[in-house]
Write a protein that binds this ligand. Structure first.
Ligand SMILES: Nc1nc2c(ncn2[C@@H]2O[C@H](COP(=O)(O)OP(=O)(O)OP(=O)(O)O)[C@@H](O)[C@H]2O)c(=O)[nH]1
Ligand SMILES: [Mg+2]
Length: 299
């Protein structure tokens, strides 16, 4: 399941109110049946909601290294684990008390409506207190979900090429030229706010937001850094001949150090035709670059 598709988690109050409201509608004639049906319905509802959380919430331990690291660096990993533990605990407790009160109700004589009613109320109290005990857990899980629902959906097992270069050098324009995808292209730096993902036959191309040569990263840059570290099998480095060269070369050398293939492309040659100073980086034309990328085999 994509992170953006993980369903929202209601807060404790909405959760418990919905369960009890639904049970209110039960109107069996027989007192005993009515109370039994009510506790069954409350249990079914609460259990179903808790199971849904367990089944749809990402299991961080099982994620691949890219997403695992992204989770760890943007969210409180330990708190999420603890909160999921809380949900599992509640699941057991609700099941346990339902069984207990179901037996108690069944043992009570049908002509003891007061006792039947008070057992049912007691059960409600138990359920309320269990769910209340995981109130903070539910809040943490929902707040974290809101963060990870914004994570990009990247195919982590596909051969991946990252397009790298300074802000505004023409990375997104190149992605468009290679794949025909039409993301935002604007005449100022940091146009690309998230990762643009596009596909050629065998490969996934990631257009990472302007990667600057600095140690401190913001959140968007973090995604880029992690994609470079964990996902990239190779790189396309974009040089912009109209920009200062020194910094671009420093970034290029940093990428070269990663010991993965680096293809070089020089943008804006229509503006700056003389690209002789890039010769030593063996730049490829658009056609050559496309051919090289097409040669990459699926993983
Ligand atoms: N003349 C000319 N302009 C180009 C070329 N490639 C890109 N540009 C222009 O350069 C500007 C930046 O292009 P983008 O493709 O958004 O650059 P980017 O590297 O993705 O920028 P960020 O996402 O901000 O890092 C836009 O105004 C483009 O139209 C080119 O080959 N020739
Ligand atoms: Mg861009």
């Amino acid at each position: 399941m994509a992170f953006k598709d993980v369903p929202p988690i209601e807060n404790y109050k909405v959760f418990i109110d919905t369960a009890f409201k639904r049970a209110q509608k039960i109107n069996s004639r027989n007192q005993k049946d009515r109370q039994l049906n009510k506790i069954d319905l409350v249990k079914e509802y609460v259990i179903a909601r808790l199971i849904k959380i367990m089944n749809t919430y990402p299991n961080i331990d099982e994620l691949d290294p890219f997403y695992k690291e992204l989770f760890k660096q943007t969210l409180e990993y330990a708190d999420i684990k603890k909160s999921l533990g809380g949900v599992a605990w509640a699941l057991k407790k609700v099941t346990f008390f339902h069984k207990q009160y179901s037996i108690k109700l069944k043992k009570t004589h049908a002509d003891e409506p007061k006792r039947l009613n008070s057992l049912r109320t007691e059960f409600y109290g138990r359920i309320n207190s269990i769910v209340k005990q995981i109130k903070d857990n539910l809040t943490i899980l929902e707040a974290s979900r809101k963060v990870f629902s914004q994570f990009p959906t990247i195919k982590t097992a596909m051969n991946t090429v990252c397009i790298i270069g300074f802000p505004n050098v023409g990375k997104t324009t190149l992605l468009f030229k290679l794949t025909g995808s039409k993301p935002d292209i604007k005449p100022y730096a940091f146009t690309t706010k998230g990762i643009n993902i596009s596909y050629m036959e065998n490969i996934q191309l990631l257009d990472t937001p302007g990667t600057l040569n600095r140690e401190v990263s913001n959140k968007i840059e973090l995604v880029s850094e992690l994609a470079i570290k964990y996902l990239a099998n190779s790189f396309v480095f974009v040089f912009d001949p109209t920009l200062e060269l020194g910094k671009q070369i420093t970034l290029y050398n940093k990428i070269k150090k990663l010991d993965k293939p680096v293809l070089v492309y020089v943008s804006k040659t229509d503006v700056q035709e003389d690209v002789s100073e890039f010769k030593k980086y063996k730049p490829l034309s658009l056609v050559e670059l496309k051919k090289e990328l097409e040669l990459i085999q699926p993983q």
